[in-house]
Design a protein around this ligand. Structure first.
Ligand SMILES: [Ca+2]
Length: 224
């Protein structure tokens, strides 16, 4: 039986790769993609999620979420991911008819309540939407199997010597999630840094299929 998951994301080149896998992996039932301010602003992360949905001709709903951190000022990473947040591949313009009008927090809670199985949340951007979900709907915890998140670091950081970007962007949201009492699996920067792609792998991707071609160009933009 497939595990229902929700990806909360700020695509983002690495997030584009994660979404590509989540949409196609036989172990997962991706129920929705929720967007958050992070690598770039909410308008761009939402546009990028729509572009990926269209690229894969997917029916997965996209819900726009928080446009800023709970308390901190917005931090921008467009120097890393490009102006659009997903530079390197020429996606067609997003179709906004594909964007649902329900806010990410509302949509997540409804999905959690109605899914017959506990859902795994996979936040791979700042934790703002998840914190808002847990504080707006405390009962949401009853329906969450676990939270597997990319963020933090058990080693050094990438935005300051010790802070990782996702947590640094919204530390108060992270605190709410860490204190939630839910089962958490932290995939920190130290773990992410150990899963590398070699130049030869990135080059092989190009000829694999259309998805490989797209990812190849995003990765090339990221680290030429
Ligand atoms: Ca991300």
């Amino acid at each position: 039986m497939k595990q229902p998951i929700i990806i909360d994301t700020d695509p983002g080149i690495d997030d584009a790769a994660a979404i590509s896998i989540a949409l196609n992996h036989p172990a997962f039932d991706l129920r929705m993609i929720t967007t958050v301010n992070g690598n770039v602003g909410i308008e761009k992360t939402t546009a990028n999620a729509l572009k990926l949905k269209q690229f894969f001709s997917s029916n997965v709903p996209i819900h726009r979420g928080a446009s800023q951190p709970l308390l901190s000022n917005i931090v921008d990473a467009s120097t890393v991911h490009g102006e659009s947040g997903m530079n390197g591949y020429d996606f067609p313009e997003p179709n906004y008819n594909d964007l649902t009008s329900v806010h990410a927090v509302e949509a997540m809670y409804k999905e959690l309540k109605t899914n017959e199985k506990p859902v795994t949340l996979i936040p791979i951007g700042p934790l703002t939407n998840i914190a808002l979900l847990l504080s707006t709907y405390p009962k949401a915890k009853d329906y969450i199997k676990e939270i597997v998140f990319m963020g933090g670091s058990a080693g050094r950081g990438n935005i300051t010597p010790s802070a990782e970007f996702n947590i640094y962007c919204d530390p108060e949201a992270a605190q709410i999630v860490f204190n939630s009492g839910l089962p958490l699996t932290m995939v920190g920067l130290d773990v992410a840094r150990s899963s590398t792609l070699s130049h030869s792998t990135v080059n092989e991707l190009q000829a694999l299929n259309q998805t490989g071609y797209m990812l190849h160009h995003l990765f090339k933009h990221y680290k030429g």
